[in-house]
Design a protein. Structure first.
Length: 86
């Protein structure tokens, strides 16, 4: 079952997971569900939140890598740095 959940999570895009999470929260806030249904919704919401978090962490890592590469390209050549003068 864990393998199926993992495969499903990787198949979900950020926007899809976010939209489903919004719907889960809306249903929980509206009430009118049984305890069992509420627990199932809560668990699904937790899974969706993890998917969203992974997507955002991946985006942050890509952005950081891109910014680091840009800084490396903009830095002076190794021989011309002030720290190598000592």
């Amino acid at each position: 079952m864990a393998a199926r959940a993992g495969a499903e999570e990787t198949a979900l895009g950020y926007e899809q997971a976010r939209d489903e999470l919004i719907e889960v929260v809306r249903r929980l806030e509206a009430g009118g569900t049984t305890l069992e249904e509420s627990l199932a919704l809560w668990e699904r919401g937790e899974e969706l939140a993890k998917v969203c978090r992974r997507w955002l962490e991946g985006a942050r890592a890509r952005l950081d890598a891109s910014l680091a590469a840009e800084r490396t390209e903009d830095s002076p050549a190794e021989g011309g740095s002030a720290s190598g003068a000592e």
